[in-house]
Design a protein around this ligand. Structure first.
Ligand SMILES: [Zn+2]
Length: 460
């Protein structure tokens, strides 16, 4: 499988710039941005915010930094609407995150080197999400040069998305909600395009996602030396409790958002068509069918993963306390309180359960209306279908969606799906041709949203 993938990557059509050909200004900016190590934890977003501030300042645009007590820095700049109030639409936020996940092992290029090989720019964050951040920056700068704008535009770069956003978007909503007055829609990461062997089958615009429920479970017991008999070991209690959780049967459920997703995707994707044909059977039996595409099972289940374990720091010590982190992802309409009550009952007595991150249910963002139309026209136009998608991951879009603001996960980039394994993995890279085309598409998208209607020509 690995070999096959490597072979396929080698066969991909690569529009590599000739050796020595200069990078586009946007790609050069991304190179610099990728060299700023914003690994989270700890984040260190301040330098990245300063980098963006300098680029805006060079165009005469002021910006504002928002810093938590721990120094976690988020960043915003604003372009006001210029048409008379009666002719204005709601505000638009262009969102990405400054932080990146740790580089990890297995890179063949330096993860914070900003180096180009075979027509692609390598670096942690190239796709997730500094590439999008630079594309949005270019679109924002282009919007600043428009003679008139019918919507206010907010460029927003946040800290801490990769560990849940509490020190980033959640902090901004809690401490600076005035930032978002009058906002109609947010564009951010989470777009999921299907691109295979040089052909783009569809642009997927995320309109719904699962919800995190991150728990820390603690067991207590009698500490001591490992040579003694100790039936009250905290570690043993924890292991037994977690085993009971893992034994819980999985109940497959077809939510309205999953049904809509597969039915809308079906005409453009044979695998989705097979799943769509099986939805009634899945709903009736509570079990999966063969058609479910690998990696899509999570769209039908509340999932639970035990991800971190901690007890004593030495082999011959029985710890008085043992802890597990559990990453649960709920379907959009699952009842969190009922889920937690069932989990408590299975776990049994003697455990402390702390909720580290949770999100209330929220409706899917509309796949109609002026914002959706602008996205569909700019991404796909007449050329490629644009479909609303439901994703298993989470993005900061949820902080807006749960407050009734439409949030759209968009990727303006046509990136071979095989390359997406570099996201959170080794050798994350942005093909330069796809990047430059995506920057142009982002400029077009924002212009469609903010330029007065009579200034938008159907040039694409
Ligand atoms: Zn991301």
């Amino acid at each position: 499988m690995r070999l096959l993938s490597t072979l396929l990557v080698a066969l991909l059509p690569v529009a590599a710039p000739a050796a020595g050909q200069p990078l586009s200004p946007a790609a050069a900016a991304l190179t610099e941005y990728l060299r700023l190590d914003t690994t989270n934890p700890p984040g260190r977003e301040a330098a990245a915010a300063a980098f963006l501030a300098a680029r805006l300042a060079a165009a005469g645009i002021a910006s504002q930094r928002y810093v938590t007590a721990d120094g976690r820095t988020s960043f915003a700049a604003r372009l006001p609407a210029t048409v008379p109030p009666g002719e204005r639409g709601g505000g638009i936020v262009l969102l990405h995150h400054l932080d990146v996940v740790p580089a990890g092992e297995g890179w063949t290029m330096p993860p914070f080197g900003g180096e180009v090989r075979d027509g692609a720019l390598f670096g942690r964050g190239a796709i997730d999400s500094k590439g999008l951040g630079v594309a949005f920056l270019e679109a924002f700068l282009a919007a600043a040069r428009l003679p008139d704008r019918r919507r206010e535009l907010l460029y927003l770069a946040v800290a801490d998305e990769e560990t849940g956003g509490l020190a980033g978007t959640a902090f901004l909503w809690e401490r600076h909600p005035e930032l978002f007055a009058g906002v109609e829609a947010v564009l951010g990461e989470g777009g999921s395009n299907r691109v295979v062997l040089g052909r783009t089958f569809h642009f997927g615009v995320e309109v719904a996602q699962k919800r995190p429920l991150w728990l820390e479970v603690t067991a207590r017991g009698r500490p001591g030396h490992a040579s003694s008999v100790n039936p009250e070991s905290a570690a043993h209690r924890l292991i037994a409790g977690l085993a009971r959780l893992l034994e819980a049967p999985a109940v497959w459920r077809v939510t309205p958002v999953a049904r809509r997703f597969f039915e809308q995707l079906a005409p453009h994707d044979p695998q989705a068509a097979k799943v769509a044909a099986d939805l009634d059977r899945i709903a009736a039996t509570g079990e999966p069918t063969a058609a479910i595409v690998p990696g899509m099972g999570g769209l039908f289940l509340d999932t639970l993963q035990v991800t971190q374990l901690a007890a004593a720091d030495r082999i011959n010590v029985v710890a008085g306390e043992a802890r597990a982190s559990i990453d649960i992802r709920l379907l959009p309409d699952s009842d969190q309180e009922a889920y937690l009550a069932a989990l408590r009952e299975r776990l049994g007595g003697g455990f402390d359960i702390a909720v580290r991150l949770a999100a209330p249910p929220s409706p899917a963002s509309p796949d109609h209306g002026p914002v959706w139309k602008a996205i569909a026209a700019a991404l796909g136009g007449e050329r490629v279908p644009v479909v609303p998608v439901f994703i298993g991951g989470i993005t900061d879009g949820r902080y807006f969606r749960q407050r009734g603001i439409a949030a759209y996960g968009v990727s303006p980039f046509e990136i071979e799906n095989l390359l997406l394994r570099g996201v959170h993995g080794p050798d994350e890279r942005m093909p330069l041709a796809a990047f430059d085309a995506g920057v142009a598409r982002s400029i077009d998208l924002v212009r469609r949203l903010v330029a007065p209607a009579d200034e938008i020509t159907e040039s694409r």
